[in-house]
Write a protein that binds this ligand. Sequence first.
Ligand code: SF4
Ligand code: SF4
Length: 300
Amino acid sequence: MKTTEFAPKILAFCCNYCAYAAADLAGVSRMQYPPNVRIVRLPCSGKVDITYLLRAFQAGVDGVFVAGCLKGGCHFVEGNLRAEKRVQLAKNMLDAIGVGGERLEMFFLSSAMAPRFVGIVSEMTERIRKLGPTPLANARKTEKLKDLTKREFLYHMLSDISLIEPKAPIPVPEGVDEFGRVEHRVARCIGCRRCEEACPEKALKSSGEFDLPAILEAFQSKEKGSTKIARSYESIAKLALRKQVRSIPLPTGLDEFSRIRYMPERCVICDKCVDICPEKAMEVVKEIDIQTIFKAVRAR
Ligand code: SF4
Ligand code: SF4
């Protein structure tokens, strides 16, 4: 008995000037390619957003590709290169949540490369056929709650389509400046709260607590006191007889000892806190702390 061959659903995000024109030329030239691809035309591949890619998988497609102009030929100079880096980050995300980054790919072609477009569709169809149907056919659809920021929405979506608990932070490729995490170096902080005021996303908040566990951990390992406040932390760490597990509530008016709470699920890595901190206590690290983010979005 003949079994029906799996026909994967593939969504293609194509830039208007090259990839879409190549697809059009393939159609006009009556070239044959698998009919299972649906095209979304973008003004530039650089317009592609990670949210679009994840949304496509959440909607049940089996594979996605982004196609932009040849390197060096982008009508918006670097849109295709930016898209490539975002696609790489989205692949890292899909790997981290167990969906598999191979279901997503980036391609480059010119408007005259109709046979290449046909080749890409065939290549992706074959690849997805081997991988099998999407494991997200019954994925929960993320609701766009009114008070969610765009970044929180993305992380909610990622959590909703996650098949496994990520074991490590997600690496952020060089050149993707809007993702990462901010490291708050408690040993340097003087509690001036300028970072909190500067943050446009309300991702930083003075907690009103003295973060003794973090201070002991920092000063009992590598940190040395270079400011007055840091020297006092160093002394506390030397005097400590046991490990501390809880932060200590601070009396009103002792803001300089208040821990700055960082909410990575809101942060868009705008660098404002890094630039404004007079003590260089904020630093951007090129990874997404997905475990903390999942905890935060699931607690809402
Ligand atoms: S990088 Fe920007 S969004 Fe993130 S915590 Fe700092 S100021 Fe806020
Ligand atoms: S701006 Fe720097 S020193 Fe001031 S509270 Fe923020 S991290 Fe601490």
